[in-house]
Design a protein around this ligand. Structure first.
Ligand SMILES: NC(=O)c1ccc[n+]([C@@H]2O[C@H](COP(=O)([O-])OP(=O)(O)OC[C@H]3O[C@@H](n4cnc5c(N)ncnc54)[C@H](O)[C@@H]3O)[C@@H](O)[C@H]2O)c1
Length: 351
């Protein structure tokens, strides 16, 4: 096991002392980061920062973490090993560069930044400084997705033909800096890349803005993977009920995930199960719902980040994953504006 010295001088790899953590941004998501880090074995929540004094006080209630209104003061005054960045997306680049400048490992909430150019700045700076940079693609840590990945890897469904994601719900008035494509699509783009182990080479989308007309709040997207599978995205902020689901259509049947309920079902194609080789027919077979132990994905995500910082495991979600999801999101926005398919350039970064 490699031993490394943390920025605070702790010997990592054996985790003799807890890693000192900070959170920047304590809104609806950041308050959860603070709650989980405050209770994570091997981690001590040492400091938090938010420009809103009330949120700051609320987040540190019952915690010895030091509160800061300005994250730059926190970075200067408190020795930290890792920081999570949970400010609005438009601020990710600047805050991430501040954290990298202080020599601290970082997890940036999704999307990695507001634009690919900004995200590349962050990835390049982290790489040059030799720091762990992870991205909050939280659905990777959903136990239903992990079980689905395992079953696909065992070849249960055979070849994947199409993946469809539906992520719909009411309008979040606090989000003003990006549209629904940048805010929500990275989740499903990342999961599709992860499940298929493949990259998206071409996209098309139709989008509209109804409430916040600076950006789209509803869109339908189509993704083409290099291996031939295609993806469908049905994502919006205009639906009165919340739904987060994923359907993976394979030659031998169809998997259905409910992200929120953390359930996984398999609907067998009876005709394919009775016959080896290429798909010749589709008939309805039995349905199985697998038993899955529920877990808080954010806890699993922050455990994985802790282990990557400690040097005991590679990061699960890398800067490359963050850049790839953002590049596809950007291509979807362009396609919806130009009413034409858009090719996606491969991501060039080592992490
Ligand atoms: N992974 C997920 O499932 C998930 C879910 C929600 C949000 N997010 C991401 O998390 C980020 C934050 O989203 P949110 O919904 O929590 O937003 P939010 O508006 O609820 O919270 C943002 C917080 O950042 C604070 N802030 C603003 N500027 C600051 C600055 N300069 N320094 C310190 N604090 C500052 C605000 O006061 C606020 O408390 C976004 O990038 C969003 O995409 C991810």
């Amino acid at each position: 096991m490699p031993f490394r010295l943390s920025p605070c001088g702790h010997t990592l790899g054996v985790m003799t002392q807890p890693l000192r953590a900070g959170v920047i941004g304590l809104g609806s998501m950041g308050a959860n980061h603070a709650r989980v880090l405050n209770d994570l074995p091997g981690v001590e929540l040492a400091a938090v920062a938010d420009s809103d004094a009330e949120r700051l006080q609320r987040a540190i209630a019952g915690s010895p973490a030091l509160p800061y209104l300005d994250h730059r003061d926190m970075l200067r005054e408190v020795p930290l090993d890792l920081v999570t960045i949970v400010v609005p997306t438009g601020l990710h680049r600047q805050v991430a560069l501040d954290v990298i400048g202080a020599g601290i490992h970082l997890l940036v909430e999704k999307p990695l930044a507001a634009t690919s150019d900004e995200a590349r700045d962050v990835a390049a700076a982290a790489e040059a400084a030799g720091l762990v940079l992870s991205v909050g693609h939280i659905e990777r840590f959903n136990p239903a997705i992990q079980e689905l990945k395992r079953r696909l890897g065992e070849g249960q469904g055979g070849r994947v033909i199409q993946i469809r994601a539906r992520r719909v719900g009411p309008f979040p008035h606090r989000i003003r800096d990006v549209g629904v494509i940048h805010d929500l699509a990275p989740h499903d783009i990342d999961i599709m890349r992860y499940l298929l182990g493949d990259e998206i080479e071409r996209v098309y989308a139709e989008a509209q803005g109804h409430i916040n007309t600076d950006h789209e709040d509803i869109f339908a997207g189509m993704l083409h993977f290099t291996g031939g599978a295609f993806g469908l995205l049905d994502i919006n902020w205009l639906t009165p009920t919340k739904e987060r689901s994923l359907t993976v259509l394979c030659e031998k049947g169809m998997f259905v995930v409910d992200y929120a309920a953390q359930t996984l079902e398999f609907y067998e194609n009876f005709a394919a199960s009775a016959r080896e080789g290429a798909i010749a027919s589709v008939t309805e077979g039995p349905m199985i719902r697998y038993l899955i132990a529920n877990r808080e994905p954010l806890r699993a995500e922050l455990e994985a980040f802790r282990d990557a910082v400690a040097g005991t495991a590679p990061p699960v979600v890398t800067a490359r994953d963050g850049l790839a999801a953002l590049a596809v999101s950007e291509a979807l926005v362009t396609a919806s504006r130009e009413h034409a398919p858009v090719n996606v350039e491969p991501v060039a970064v080592r992490q």
